[in-house]
Design a protein around this ligand. Structure first.
Ligand SMILES: Cc1ncc(COP(=O)(O)O)c(C=O)c1O
Length: 329
């Protein structure tokens, strides 16, 4: 596998941890790949993608990095914190219910606090405006160019073929860590598709019989299969990676709950109970929903005998949800 240059932003390899009490309860061995530990404030799955994306930005002499996400986006926070020390000004397009500045948490909480600490410029839009995010980011980029800057635009979630290479490398890291006991399935939360697509490409490139299961936390199976196919096509042309066969990649629907970034009391009770079982602290937006899918699918044997759950981070979103969690404690 010959991949393009990357910056060493993540603390790697992340540990793989046993979940003895959960494994006993489910009757299936469950391990957790702790990608929430890729760093402290600069942490979670996005850091692996940014290693490749920001290397390209630096190579192109970018002065500004433009990207987008929901108001408490982990991707935007990680991009802002990684870009600033590289001398690139972060410019974020954030989605709020009505695109109004008074919808930002005041005082700033969670990821927004870190965006502000990193000195990011925040632009807001409503959901309709966000559907036009590609055009909106192109406009922001044009304005930067007009002022003499050099913008580098990162798509939502860093989910293009270049960003997905971070998870192609992660598949190789998992294979090195578990040489004699590969997981039958790897389960991961799926929000913009790059993580699941990269893992599936990585296991395919190494010809390993590991099924990659992405749990949709928004949109649906068809959307993410389409995104994964687009990423695979681009990865083939640019980096010579072959797409995984059908059995290598599965997207699971049905665990989106009330929708993106919305929680039910039952989900939040599971978050609490999971913290108390094996000390695994999940985030409400991504990892909790993927973990619910794992709990539902594993007992039937659908994930095989050895399941590796990738904890993709999101701790700052958890703190931003403290109002909803407080009544359950
Ligand atoms: C904590 C966390 N987990 C999972 C995901 C999903 O990853 P992807 O966008 O690559 O599907 C994201 C970002 O969207 C995230 O912030």
């Amino acid at each position: 596998m010959h991949l393009p240059e990357h910056l060493p932003l993540a603390h790697l390899p992340t540990p793989i941890q046993a979940m003895p009490r959960l494994s006993d309860a489910l009757g299936v061995e469950v391990l957790v790949k702790r990608d929430d530990l890729t760093g402290s404030h600069l942490s979670g799955n996005k850091v692996r993608k940014l290693e490749f994306l920001l290397a390209r930005a630096a190579h192109e002499g970018a002065t500004h990095v433009v990207t987008c996400g929901g108001v408490q986006s982990n991707h935007c926070r990680a991009t802002a914190l990684a870009a600033a020390p590289l001398g690139m000004k972060p410019v974020l397009l954030l989605r709020t219910p009505h695109g109004r500045p008074d919808e930002l948490p005041e005082p700033p909480t969670g990821n927004v606090l870190l965006d502000r600490l990193a000195g990011a410029t925040l632009h807001l839009c409503d959901p309709a405006g966000y559907r036009e995010r590609t055009r909106r980011m192109a406009e922001l980029a044009r304005a930067i160019t007009a002022e003499g800057g050099r913008p580098f635009v990162i798509p939502e979630g860093g989910s293009d073929a270049l960003g997905a290479l971070g998870y192609v490398r992660c598949a190789a890291e998992i294979a090195e860590q578990l040489p004699d006991a590969l997981p039958s399935s790897v389960v991961v939360a799926t929000g913009s598709g790059g993580t699941v697509a990269g893992l599936a490409l990585g296991f395919r490139a190494l010809e390993l019989p590991v099924r990659t299961v992405g749990v949709a936390v928004c949109d649906d199976e068809a959307t993410f299969m389409g995104i994964a196919a687009d990423i695979a096509a681009e990865a083939r042309t640019r980096y010579g990676l072959q797409a995984p066969a059908d059995e290598g990649l599965r997207i699971v629907d049905g665990f989106q709950g009330r929708g993106y970034a919305l929680s039910t009391p039952d989900e939040l009770a599971l978050l609490r109970d999971t913290a108390r079982l094996d000390g695994l602290v999940l985030d409400p937006v991504y990892t909790l929903k993927a973990f619910r899918a794992l709990l539902s699918l594993a007992p039937s044997g659908a994930l095989g005998p050895r399941v590796l759950f990738v904890h993709t981070g999101g701790i700052f979103g958890l703190f931003a949800a403290s109002d909803a969690l407080a009544p359950l404690l």
